[in-house]
Design a protein. Structure first.
Length: 175
């Protein structure tokens, strides 16, 4: 919130606040959203977030109040209507936890139907994978902008971390 506010209010550049929900209660999310609104932040990337390591599992509320990003998106839309432009994440090769790309696309459609305005992709290394993902998304009725996620990569260890965390594949010509 602080970084997004500085970018927006001190440098007059639109910012995108990343908001994860897995370890948050509804009260936590309302507090953050109210603060973002009060600081003029209008753009949110609504994310579930990663499950914490075993040592930190007690950080997740019991009962879990937001199991998926689509739950967070629906909550924001219901409570704040069109106050925020809401983005969601997508995975051109399918989310690591999804059974298949088809299942992941159906879950993505639900995310869009609950109120996402646009999607930003997880990193990928093969444009054909992204183009195929765009085609499949359109075929199931996802008609909002899908932006290719970009991240500067400075060393091979960073690439390996990206592959491990996102499930992206590395084309043989780059390996």
């Amino acid at each position: 919130m602080e970084i997004a506010s500085i970018i927006k209010n001190d440098f007059n550049i639109e910012s995108l606040a990343h908001l994860t929900c897995l370890s948050s209660t509804k009260e936590d999310i309302v507090y953050i959203l109210d603060a973002l609104k009060n600081n003029g932040i209008e753009n949110i990337l609504a994310l579930r977030g990663d499950f914490p390591k075993k040592d930190f599992i007690n950080q997740i509320p019991n009962p879990l109040q937001f199991g998926y990003a689509q739950d967070l998106i629906a909550f924001i839309r219901e409570r704040y209507e069109d106050t925020f432009s809401i983005g969601g994440a997508c995975y051109p090769e399918g989310h690591l936890e999804s059974r298949s790309l088809t299942q992941d696309l159906l879950n993505l459609k639900t995310k869009v139907d609950t109120g996402a305005d646009y999607l930003i992709s997880q990193l990928f290394f093969d444009n054909e994978v992204f183009y195929n993902f765009l085609d499949q998304s359109q075929k199931i009725g996802i008609n909002i902008p899908i932006i290719a996620g970009i991240m500067p990569v400075i060393n091979s260890r960073q690439i390996q971390n990206i592959i491990t965390l996102s499930g992206s594949s590395m084309p043989k010509k780059y390996a």
